[in-house]
Design a protein around this ligand. Structure first.
Ligand code: FAD
Length: 303
């Protein structure tokens, strides 16, 4: 309920203006790994020293200006070059709407094709993030087309809260693919998505273990320690090799728990968003935890 309300309020333009004026209060720095390619690569280097990989996200979504979509693509290309030159363990995560999926699927495909080709040349890969449910079909179509053209160089995300996701997994299980499993971060109606936290956690577990059993590479992306333990127990019981899965968290959340896994030899990666267009991303992070908003409001009242 809290999450629904916050996401609804945040979509109002007056709230957006207020929030953009008070970026520091929101603790944007906590969730965002800097504003430039160089800053993002420096973050990855620091994480790598702790045995943790990175996946970079160029902040921005719902891009409707063709030139802005081109700028996003160029930033990804520069990022892949810079990460390869620095020798860091990193791949990239792209929101289809950041490269023009709202304009047309063909536009997004053109940009993504160039990004994935560069990732292949740099011996890494690209993950297509999953956004709100109006973009699920186009994202899965882009994923399938790119995965056919560049096998193994592209992955996508399955959201446990969507009613449709088990069927999507089945449809995409014709051969091994790369999936990140998440609970789901957007505001969706009950006809489209589960609401109860317990139901979503159970759906996540079924999806993660089902995808592993079907032979996919699975990125288990959650800060929910109990849920992670449930998936880990399944992995240990089946003796699932470590090159078939990894643990992922968001920059600024749950780092200590992830480090414990990394130091135990488990494959771990952190999602590092960077850039100036942070509004939608940071609002979703605030919506995930009431305490985050309470901290912001307390700091604002204190002035
Ligand atoms: C690597 C990664 C990539 C993701 N990619 C996508 C994507 O492509 N599409 C999508 O819809 N969603 C994505 N998400 C977000 C995801 O859907 C959830 O909204 C988010 O991870 C919170 O759910 P949770 O599984 O951590 O569990 P929750 O039950 O929300 O959280 C468990 C515990 O983690 C801590 N925690 C969680 N979130 C925060 C926070 N923001 N601040 C502080 N503490 C917090 C709290 O202690 C909380 O009790 C991604 C998440 C991760 C980790």
């Amino acid at each position: 309920m809290y999450r629904e309300c916050l996401l609804a309020v945040a979509s109002r333009s007056a709230v957006r203006r207020f929030v953009l004026r008070h970026a520091a209060l929101l603790g944007v720095d906590r969730f965002v790994g800097g504003s430039s390619v160089a800053a993002a690569v420096a973050v990855a280097r620091r994480l790598n020293r702790q045995g943790v990989g990175a996946t970079f996200d160029v902040l921005g979504e719902d891009v409707r200006d063709p030139e802005a979509a081109e700028r996003v693509r160029e930033t990804y290309l520069a990022l892949l070059d810079a990460a390869a030159a620095a020798g860091v363990d990193a791949h990239v995560s792209v929101k289809p709407s950041a490269v023009g999926a709202a304009l047309s699927a063909a536009t997004a495909y053109e940009h993504l094709e160039r990004i994935v080709a560069r990732a292949q040349a740099r011996d890494t890969y690209v993950r297509l993030d999953m956004e709100h449910s109006a973009l699920t079909d186009v994202t899965l179509e882009l994923f399938r087309a790119l995965d056919d053209r560049f096998p193994g160089r592209v992955g996508t995300v399955l959201q446990a809260y969507l009613h449709r996701t088990p069927a999507d997994l089945e449809r995409l299980s014709d051969r091994p693919r790369r999936f990140r499993i998440v609970k789901g971060a957007y505001r969706e109606p009950p006809t489209v998505a589960l609401r109860r936290r317990r139901d979503i956690a159970d759906a996540f577990w079924r999806l993660a273990t089902g995808a592993l059993a079907a032979g996919h590479h699975v990125a288990v992306a959650t800060h929910d320690v109990a849920l992670r333990e449930r998936v880990l127990a399944w992995i240990r019981l089946r003796d699932c090799p470590r090159d078939r899965y990894e643990w992922q968290t968001l920059y600024g959340v749950g780092y200590a728990e992830l480090l414990r896994l990394a130091w135990a030899g488990e494959p771990c990666r952190i999602y590092v968003p960077f850039g100036e267009d942070w509004y939608g991303y940071v609002v979703r992070r605030l919506a995930e935890r009431p305490e985050n908003l309470a901290l912001v409001l307390r700091a604002w009242v204190r002035g």
